[in-house]
Design a protein around this ligand. Structure first.
Ligand SMILES: [Zn+2]
Length: 155
């Protein structure tokens, strides 16, 4: 079973990492429970938040994170929602849109020449047009997840 998430203003950084793993994760600068509930209900999302006010409200579809630390939060979400099999480069880290393939010749002039020459597979975000490829920045993010003991939780 897979979940869709909504990160509120208290856990915005978490959204980027969940998207990196391929999880459908919207984010919002709202933090008022009513505003969040409206979005979550409309899109069938689970709210992720640090806002303990939610603990006193009779809402389901809310998961209140206990840690203030990003990677502890990520670990918590992965375990709680049983997230497995990272799907790297499937979702825009900025806007959550699913990434699409873009032919190699079409990225010429849009990425550094070195990148154009050394990589064959590219993706792009149809919303913000950001181009993605499996470069060293991706390896660094995976390395960080390994260091935090998160990567192995995913398999
Ligand atoms: Zn985008």
């Amino acid at each position: 079973m897979s979940f869709k998430f909504l990160c509120d203003a208290t856990v915005l950084k978490l959204a980027k990492w969940l998207r990196f793993l391929g999880q459908d994760t919207e984010s919002t600068h709202f933090h008022e429970p009513d505003a969040l509930l409206k979005i979550a209900d409309a899109e069938n999302r689970v709210i992720l938040t640090r806002n303990t006010e939610f603990n006193r409200l009779p809402y389901k579809n809310v998961y209140v994170l206990e840690s203030d630390f990003l990677f502890e939060q990520l670990k918590d979400v992965i375990k709680h929602f049983n997230i497995r099999e990272p799907r790297i480069l499937t979702r825009c880290s900025k806007c959550n849109a699913p990434l699409l393939d873009i032919p190699h010749e079409n990225v010429r002039g849009k990425v550094p020449y070195f990148t154009y020459k050394n990589f064959n597979e590219f993706k792009f975000c149809p919303v913000c047009n950001k181009i993605y490829w499996r470069g060293s920045h991706i390896d660094l993010m995976i390395k960080r997840l390994k260091k935090e003991g998160i990567w192995e939780l995913l398999f």
